[in-house]
Ligand binder design. Structure first.
Ligand code: NOJ
Length: 525
């Protein structure tokens, strides 16, 4: 009898393991206990992508309102007028997050909602009240708010009056915005990210003309104005100075009393050579320099990387002596948005056939001739794919990239604290239907394997303090409207009801350490 029950017990265990593998994939196991105590596990969103309520309670029109209302800008003519209606449903959303078991939530503040006219107008009390409500309810549920001050959207007025990020006036506007946030929310917010990935936004907006204000010049595209070689560099330059000035104010007037941390969020893809040739290996290192260190070197070391200064010459703006002092060590942590690894081909010594044309194998449009490299699609010169393609062309699942990019940042920036402020799987409409929420097994596998990779970097000494899944729920994915999805929760386009996908169940189980999702077990036994 004893042997029989041991046998049944063993069988149940095997069945449990088997079901676990079927449902969640065969990847390396990862547990919450692989991460340090106090580690922040959360989800991430941004204001324009979820809030809606675009003309309510005194909010002014933003650059994205104007852009999305211009014919042909966004797939299927979509916009963020209603988005996920988070503005009216934040209580429900905070409850859902609490049930998920996260201990942190990263969101951004709509600039137009709290300062509809920027520095030249008043603070909008309704906007302040909204974010205070969100923050209070998060805290009530034990969820730490992690606030991005600026994430892509700003009052359109800045564009019309002085050209937004192309002007130093934007620095002063940003400092005023940031100080308004510190003043009004700083006693409750302990984590501030100043600006979300200016290193990617500037290229999409000022090099490829895909984001507002739609600037570019040939051969990158035919926009009505712009200079693809210089404007992205100028926009990032102003963002760095805006960040550093806001940090100075925070440190001098708020930080000691409020006790928080402040940092910058960088877009941080990993880059690998397309062949084993030395020139391609060097090009991959150059890609890291030109796309990641471009933003982060100034904030930690006080200037742009030498290679950029060398290759870009006069096109690269310079920091004055005083500015170098201001920007150096101006970040308490580094926020990384990491999604994929891209292959890099050298163009200095070899001929990049698709440089500057519309060849579809040249993804991400990073064809800046002067930097001498080209980002290509996911297949290397020997025919091997770098990883499985996600539901969005040009993005590949390469879990090892997480450990590699964290390692790069750790070494280059003296092991400053790191938060993975975004990591997520892009699926498209064919991968997800209305009634098959369990189909996002891809997303479960993605997060498991990327977390396992992150855990390895922590074991190797990286000071990583948090991980935020992009995104809490499906939302307005910029150019792609609502056709590309990253959410753990699906949002019904008509009722706006939220429904958990398989990945939400998985995240909850991972976070709460319940070894399994009961519903799934019973159905498979
Ligand atoms: C980075 C951006 O911060 C976010 O707004 C965007 O939705 C995700 N990447 C996915 O593309």
């Amino acid at each position: 009898m004893k042997n029989y029950s041991s046998f049944i017990f063993l069988l149940l265990i095997l069945q449990h393991i088997y079901a676990n593998k079927i449902i969640y994939g065969l990847e390396e196991e990862v547990k919450r206990s692989d991460f340090p105590i106090g580690f922040l596990f959360g989800t991430s969103t941004s204001a324009y992508q979820i809030e809606g309520a675009y003309i309510e309670d005194g909010r002014s029109l933003s650059n994205w309102d104007i852009f999305t209302h211009t014919n042909g800008s966004i797939r299927n003519g979509a916009n963020g007028d209603i988005a996920d209606d988070h503005y009216h449903r934040y209580l429900e959303d905070v409850d859902i997050m609490a049930s998920l078991g996260v201990n942190a939530y990263r969101f951004s503040i709509s600039w137009s909602r709290i300062l509809p006219r920027g520095k030249s107008g008043q603070v909008n009390p309704a906007g302040i009240k909204f974010y205070n409500n969100v923050i209070d309810n998060l805290l009530l549920k034990g969820i730490t708010p992690f606030v991005t001050i600026h994430h892509n959207d700003y009052p359109q007025e800045f564009e019309d009056r002085f050209g937004a990020w192309l002007s130093p006036l934007m620095q002063e506007e940003f400092v005023h915005f940031a100080a308004t946030c510190f003043k009004n929310f700083g006693n409750k917010v302990k984590y501030w990210a100043t600006i979300n990935e200016p290193n990617l936004y500037s290229e999409l907006a000022y090099m490829n003309g895909l984001f507002p204000p739609v600037h570019c010049s040939p051969p990158f595209g035919n926009c009505s104005s712009g200079n693809s070689d210089t404007e992205p560099l100028l926009a990032v330059h102003n963002s760095i100075l805006a960040h550093a000035k806001a940090v100075k104010i925070y440190r001098e007037h708020f930080q000691v009393e409020q006790g928080g941390m402040i940092g910058m969020v960088a877009s941080a893809y990993m880059y690998k050579p397309i062949t084993n040739d030395e020139v391609d290996k060097k090009a991959a290192i150059r890609a890291l320099t030109f796309r990641v260190a471009w933003l982060l070197d100034p904030l930690v070391h006080g200037d742009y990387p030498i290679e950029m200064q060398h290759y870009l010459g006069k096109d690269l703006p310079r920091f004055s002596f005083e500015e170098k002092l201001l920007i150096k060590n101006s970040t308490d942590f580094i926020g990384l948005n990491h999604y994929s690894t891209l292959l890099v081909q050298d163009c200095l010594y070899s001929n990049c056939a698709c440089m500057h044309d519309n060849n579809p194998t040249c993804t991400h449009g990073e064809n800046r001739a002067i930097s001498g490299f080209l980002l290509t699609a996911g297949q290397n010169k020997y025919g091997a794919f770098i990883g499985e393609e996600m539901g969005m062309a040009g993005l590949y699942v390469v879990p090892q990239g997480m450990e590699d990019i964290v390692d790069y940042i750790k070494k280059r920036y003296n092991n400053l604290p790191i938060f993975v402020t975004e990591n997520g799987y892009a699926s498209n409409e064919n991968q997800e239907g209305e009634n098959d929420l369990d189909k996002d097994i891809y997303r479960v596998k993605f997060h498991k394997s990327y977390l396992a990779s992150l855990a390895r970097s922590i074991r190797n000494g990286a000071d990583v303090r948090g991980y935020f899944i992009w995104s809490f729920m499906d939302n307005f994915e910029w150019k792609f409207g609502y056709t590309i999805k990253y959410g753990l929760y699906q949002v019904d386009p008509l009722t706006l009801g939220r429904s958990p996908k398989l990945s939400a169940h998985w995240y909850r189980d991972f976070l709460t350490n319940t070894s399994f999702n009961n519903i799934q077990i019973t159905s498979s036994i």
